[in-house]
Design a protein around this ligand. Structure first.
Ligand code: HEC
Length: 105
């Protein structure tokens, strides 16, 4: 009986498995089109963009560098990453300006 408890304990302490997504939805172009490009509601602040980028874009993967991609490529990546970073319109506006200003020409 004692052995049983030990085995139970072992299993309960194991790390939870990563959920398997079986029905991943295709990207929602309509939804994205309504949030991207962000609307210019406030003056653009690339320094703020830099800060937001540095603190929020390296949470799931290594922090990318703006110069890794061209403007065109960023314009396809950012709309997918902004919702993941939970940026609101103003934050997205600053980050986009910062990234595009430093993208490879
Ligand atoms: C919630 C997690 C998460 C956050 C936050 C996030 N990303 Fe990502 N990112 C991913 C995943 C997952 C991928 C892999 C590709 C995919 O599934 O779209 C990825 C891929 C990328 C890529 C590679 C794309 C390619 O085509 O090679 C770049 C560049 C990138 N992210 C930049 C960013 C930037 C910039 C931000 C901040 C605005 C950001 N990410 C925030 C999860 C995240």
């Amino acid at each position: 009986m004692k052995k049983c408890w030990l085995i139970l304990l072992l299993f309960s302490c194991q790390k939870k498995a990563v959920p398997v997504i079986t029905d991943r939805q295709a990207d929602l172009p309509e939804k994205i089109a309504s949030i991207y490009p962000p609307k210019a509601t406030v003056p653009v602040d690339t320094l703020m963009g830099n800060r937001l980028f540095t603190t929020r874009c390296g949470r799931c993967h290594g922090l990318p560098e703006p110069k890794q991609f061209s403007k065109e490529k960023w314009e396809t990546i950012l709309p997918l990453m902004f919702p993941r970073s939970r940026f609101n319109n103003e934050e997205a506006l600053h980050v986009r300006a910062y990234v595009l200003a430093n993208a490879v020409k």
